[in-house]
Write a protein that binds this ligand. Sequence first.
Ligand code: 4AD
Ligand code: MG
Length: 469
Amino acid sequence: CSHSIHDLLAGRVPFESSVTVQGWIRTRRDSKAGLSFLHVSDGSCFAPIQVVAPANLPNYTTEVVRLTTGCAVIAHGKLVPSQGKGQTHEIQADRIEVVGWVEDPDTYPVSAKHHTFEYLRTVAHLRPRTNTFGAVARVRHCLSMAVHRFFHERGFFWVHTPIITSSDCEGAGEMFKVSTLDLNNPPRDAQGQIDHSQDFFGKPAHLTVSGQLNVEAYCLALSKVYTFGPTFRAENSNTTRHLAEFWMIEPEVAFADLATNADLAEEFLKYLFRAVLEERADDLAFFADRIDKQCVNRLETLTNAQFERMDYAEAIRILEDAQTRKSASFEFPIHWGADLQSEHERYLTETHVGRPVVVMNYPKQIKAFYMRLNDDGRTVAAMDVLAPGIGEIIGGSQREERLDVLDTRLEELNLPKDEYWWYRDLRRYGTVPHAGFGLGFERTILYATGMSNIRDVIPFPRTPGHAEF
Ligand code: 4AD
Ligand code: MG
């Protein structure tokens, strides 16, 4: 029976108890007095525990003094108050078992010295042993659990939407093909091109870009639902905000409009960040100290601030004004009808408002087919939540529930109506107004931790050309 270091440091076990911890050596320091101080981490919390190994241990000279960063050990001993700086507890060891040695300490890829994040991406299998990546993993877990708690407490049902699909939710054609074809001898069309309509045992198939269309079907039966799973985008984006495989949370609510949707998004984000503040104070203290001084402040401000709501048209006026007054110079000139680039998003949320902004009612030509057409005939009931330092973190909308309007939109966009037959059925049988959104999970973690590259907040990042590990 062993103890988690988290339980020991949280005071769940009384001093003078016999305890056992199992984990990996962070550092070893030998004192002149004939003792070794081992910092052992098991990942259960940010801090390692100090294990004091006296020289009279039977394996002291043969093993203990040969321990290096990364070695796996089991330490038995007595839990005592620590005199050391910055630690409350330590273990006076009476036995140390070495379970796994580090073969060649000089070339151990995550030795105790400083490594750049670029380098650590090349050793993604070992980086969870570092302070930063351990902390990111715990924050990621905390956020995942908070997602489910939030929806469960409000009567939403979690729906598992498929990964393999033939629908293109965003209509942007950014999908990975799934193929069972024999690539040495694939079926070809009349032009000699590979016939991808045969990909999935005779039918076309892709990896999903979003679970939305499927979750809408469950929404129109269970009223309040959400998905939380991996989604895939085959866009060749090499930015610090894009992954080819990322996780998305997509709630969908029946009998709801855009205003309700924006309120839900605001309440949800605040709930998530409050959970991190309450549950991961140790990891946040590290991020605030080493990664981004503003990190805790920003979360506290966000959980207390009222999110601004602003029409797209108003956003454009603000940006155009900044452009004319030359208080901002944009690489991409802005005008009504243009999509907001990240520089515009940052200006709005960081410079103009100074807190998160929900931009609503975008021109229909820059948004997806399923968004509800407004009465003006040129905008749709879309919303994006923009967060300072990140830009777009949520994209959502009220959905087009009117079959005739949806059909016109599909035709305008040249989308194959018959392939959306089941989605159209939902508008033929008991259709109701409904709305939902997608929260990019990794962008949420970026916001919570102050990490600057999305590749560093997912365990094994997939970006163009990178699928190792
Ligand atoms: O704005 P998006 O494309 O919206 C949808 O997919 C809708 N079907 C969601 C819905 O209404 N149910 O994506 C939603 C969010 C973005 O705001 C962003 O945070 C994140 O997903 N996202 C990405 N995150 C990482 N890498 C990428 N390539 C991303 N693309 C979108
Ligand atoms: Mg979007």
